[in-house]
Design a binder for this molecule. Structure first.
Ligand code: PLP
Length: 386
């Protein structure tokens, strides 16, 4: 049997009975929208995330939109983020009319580089793109927020990012769609930014059986506004609207799935850590294995290696494919080079680290149910191919 890249079937066996019983309870009460399971799972999520508030919503993308909207970010505003991420990070900023200002990543952690973040802020302040590349229209932008990404599950460098944000009076929205469950210097990563957004897309570390997401915060005011935005900007009553919002509710059935998945999530995070350590031990010296700085714990959404060059990466992927070993390239095109963002005026060469990574990165199968036998096959195949 082929090795799965992400094994959702094996996981289902762990929780199927509990989920079916939970679905039966939903059929009994028929509150398909905002049923009691939503509040139950939000309380459990907040406890796990280490925050006062956990607000579920319909996707990770809406979980990024909700805090941006709650902070009043829109046309004329700039948000600093990384180009080496899934498209939705920049999309959420641009959908609101705001401008994503990209900052290149650290070549070893793949996360936003705080030294370059400083340069980008300085460049925006003095309106000088020779200090750091800036998007078209930079002369008229007001900097409002930083959106770091916990790529592949590894927390961003939050001590430095939060210090910069405090000094510059900027909001930090953590895009932790891949990073929920990660730990940064002893604290859940979700508790560190002003607002953290995550996704429950099935292939994320904590996935449900459809779309879903959540935001986490300790800020009572932002929490109130985000709850309002989740339901069309409602006020004290559903038919009294105080702002423009979204239809961004999480589904009651998916809350049942999430409750069951959250129960096994700590054990799954441990299993992912074991898989990562076995890859590290087996592949060290053959390819560049992922760096996890001291005091960080990754949720291992992906285990991504680097090859010497683009030719080597493509050859390795083809060799593995011929042996039924699936791999993925996250991400083949950094966001600043996506056609839809050509109006920002970034070019090949604007973000050299991200552009280089997109040529040499390869993600190997990573999930909590990867057997040691299958993993040995993968490791041997990689070692033989490089
Ligand atoms: C998956 C993902 C999103 C979007 O989440 P959806 O639930 O698919 O909307 C946003 N940012 C990053 C980094 C992601 O990986």
């Amino acid at each position: 049997m082929a090795i799965p890249f992400v094994d959702i079937k094996s996981q289902l066996a762990q929780v199927e009975q509990e989920i079916r019983q939970g679905f039966d309870r939903v059929f009994a009460h028929c509150q398909f929208i905002m049923g009691p399971e939503i509040k139950e799972v939000e309380d459990q999520l907040a406890a796990f995330a280490g925050t006062k508030h956990a607000i579920t919503c319909s996707s990770g993308t809406d979980a990024l939109l909700m805090p941006l909207m709650a902070m009043g970010i829109g046309a004329g505003d700039a948000v600093l983020t990384t180009p080496f991420t899934f498209f939705a990070t920049l999309e959420s900023i641009a959908l609101l009319g705001a401008t994503p200002v990209v900052v290149d990543v650290d070549p070893r952690t793949f996360n936003i580089d705080p030294a370059k973040l400083e340069l980008a802020i300085k460049a925006l302040k003095v309106k000088d793109p020779s200090i750091h590349p800036l998007p078209a229209g930079y002369e008229n932008l007001t900097l409002k927020a930083i959106m770091p990404v916990d790529l592949f599950g590894l927390p961003a460098d939050y001590d430095r990012i939060m210090a910069i944000a405090a000094r510059e009076k900027l909001y930090v929205i953590g895009d932790s769609a891949q990073g929920f469950g990660g730990v940064y210097k002893g604290r859940p990563v979700s508790a560190i930014p002003h607002v953290t957004a995550t996704s429950f897309f099935p292939a994320k570390p904590l996935g449900v059986y459809g779309d879903g997401g959540a935001v986490f915060t300790n800020d009572d005011n932002l929490a109130d506004v985000m709850r309002s935005i989740r339901v069309h900007g409602m006020g004290h009553d559903r038919y009294y609207n105080v702002r423009l919002g979204l239809n961004a509710r999480f589904d009651t059935f998916q809350a049942v799935v999430l409750k069951a998945k959250l129960r096994i999530f700590p054990a799954e995070l441990d299993a992912r850590q074991d898989v990562a350590e076995r890859y590290d031990a087996g592949l060290a010296g053959k390819v560049t294995t992922p760096l996890v700085p001291n005091g960080y714990r990754s949720s291992w959404a992906q285990y991504s290696i680097l090859t010497k060059g683009a030719k080597e990466r493509d050859a390795l992927q083809a060799t593995l494919k011929a042996q039924d070993i699936p791999t993925m390239i996250y991400y083949p095109i950094p966001c600043h080079l996506q056609p839809v963002f050509s109006n920002l005026g970034y070019k090949q060469g604007s973000m050299p680290v991200s552009e280089g990574l997109s040529q040499t990165i390869l993600s190997l199968p990573m999930h909590p149910y990867l057997t040691q036998d299958d993993q040995k096959k993968i490791i041997e195949a990689v070692k033989k191919a490089v």
